[in-house]
Design a protein around this ligand. Structure first.
Ligand code: 6PG
Length: 476
């Protein structure tokens, strides 16, 4: 019997995905450039299901049912192109090529167009949840044609995480839509992690709590509206003691955060689309700053505030305030991410259903969180919602949190604890709700030095003031 699906690239993600397919009763063809990996998989996990190892691309292609469905699980960039180039000549019109790596959505658009010309379907697919998710149920974000999804969807849905009986997988939209949404998922992931890290820092260095105590606070939060995978694992990390030194694990890790680039892509793309994602941008910059060793070394002696701790009464209340600030800032980060998806969808004509995106992030992925239900509900109530902040539930939550949020940002500034994530989220909130922004002054300055013109609040038209002359106003 022919195989239902082929998996190419059997490093840990590919291997786990192949096992996941097999465990769900699908016959899985396997190919890896070095065949030892293929053999090892069959040897170790052959009992889990029905595997068809192939030693050559030709063998893999020959083993598949038609239309052929192959999933590429190799490194993004040149390695992905190399595999595509190797397999495309062996395929026939109607066959479906899936890229499950973290590809840039513009690469996916390019590849989709190229394969479409040859009558092939190219499905750029976001897969989130790391190694664990790939094996036991990831969140899956496939792009590509509706036709390709008809054939591929049931397979993907069968291996995805399930929440309330629904798979965390849906057809996102044409060409690059799936990888775009995965990119923004990762941008939100960066922002979420930064905010959690700031909350920790405030409790540690403002309220003077020890990591184990903070773990307990996080566990408490995880029982409420902040319930999420990232809060849960944070509590675990903070509870962990380094075996060698007996010190809290968090204290023995170098404080330089690395990145592989998806957060940066989210911000670069947002800049191009003109979408303000300052929470995500701060999170990317915070990682860069943490890794700027020479910069930090050179600035070490800059003076800080004299007051550096809260008294103990204040520190008890403070933990509650931080919970509020974290929730409010998190709402802002997600609002920015969804705004970017909305803008990308409009720019590329993808027609992405925003509520469905929140729904398929409820399980399997790194940013899975209880409050995603609220986002789905918000977009169900109004699919055209310009910003999540304007949804009734979120408006109310932000209103209730705002005093605490302001206290946290103020206290952080007074104590000299950097909270770029909390602060920029609050600034975003206040900017959006402002009646008048000082952008009016910026327009005036631009007109002054460069005759860049401005619009008036009381009349239609474009104007310029003769700043260097008699300061009379000209209609353009
Ligand atoms: C996921 C993760 C995954 C990966 C990121 C980490 O959704 O499963 O986001 O894609 O862990 O690439 O990114 P950084 O290495 O940039 O932190």
């Amino acid at each position: 019997t022919p195989a239902d699906i082929g998996v190419i690239g059997l490093a840990v993600m590919g291997r786990n995905l192949a096992r996941n397919f097999a465990r769900h009763g699908h016959r899985v063809a396997l190919y890896n450039r070095t065949p030892t990996r293929t053999r090892a998989l069959v040897e170790e996990f052959g009992k889990e299901g029905d595997f068809v190892p192939a030693e050559t691309p030709q063998e893999l292609v020959a083993s598949l049912a038609r239309p052929r469905r192959i999933v590429i699980m190799v490194k993004a960039g040149a390695p992905t192109d190399a595999v595509i180039d190797e397999f495309v000549p062996l395929l026939e019109p109607g066959d479906i090529v899936v890229d499950g790596g973290n590809a840039h959505f513009q690469d996916t658009r390019r590849r989709e167009a190229a394969l479409r010309e040859r009558g092939l379907h190219f499905v750029g697919t976001g897969i989130s949840g790391g190694e664990e998710g790939a094996l036991n149920g990831p969140s899956i974000m496939p792009g590509g044609t509706a036709e390709a999804y008809q054939s591929l969807g049931p397979l993907l849905e069968s291996i995805a995480a399930q929440v309330d009986g629904r798979p965390c997988c849906t057809h996102v939209g044409p060409d690059g839509a799936g990888h775009f949404v995965k990119m923004v998922h990762n941008g939100i992931e960066y922002a979420d992690m930064q905010l959690i890290a700031e909350a920790y820092d405030l409790l540690r260095h403002g309220a003077g709590r020890q990591p184990a105590e903070i773990a307990e606070i996080f566990q408490g939060w995880n029982a409420g509206r902040l319930e999420s995978y990232l809060i849960e694992i944070t509590a675990e990390v903070l509870n962990h003691t380094d075996a060698e030194t007996g010190r809290p694990f968090v204290d023995i890790v170098q404080d330089r955060a690395e990145q592989k680039g998806t957060g940066r892509w989210t911000v670069q793309t947002a800049l191009d689309l003109g979408v303000p994602v300052n929470g995500i941008a701060e999170a990317v910059f915070a990682r860069s700053l943490s890794g700027s060793v020479a910069l930090r070394e050179a600035a070490r002696d800059l003076p800080g505030p004299t007051e550096t701790w809260l008294d103990s009464a204040a520190s008890d209340r403070f933990a509650e305030d931080v919970e509020q600030a974290l929730y409010a800032s998190k709402i802002v980060a997600y609002a920015q991410g969804f705004h970017e998806i909305q803008a990308g969808s409009a720019e590329y004509g993808w027609n992405v259903n925003l509520g469905d995106m929140a729904a398929i992030w409820r399980g399997g992925c790194i940013i899975r969180a209880r409050f995603l239900n609220r986002i789905t509900a918000a977009y169900q109530a109004d699919p055209q919602l310009p910003t999540l902040l304007a949804d009734e539930y979120f408006t109310k939550a932000l209103g209730e949190a705002q005093s605490a949020w302001r206290r946290v940002v103020t206290t952080a500034a007074q104590l000299g604890i950097p909270t770029p994530g909390f602060a920029t989220a609050l600034a975003y909130y206040d900017s959006l709700r402002a009646n008048r922004l000082p952008a009016a002054l910026i327009q005036a300055q631009r007109d002054f030095f460069g005759a860049h013109t401005y619009q008036r609040v009381d009349r239609e038209g474009t104007f310029h003031t003769l700043w260097a002359g008699d300061r009379s106003e000209q209609r353009q």
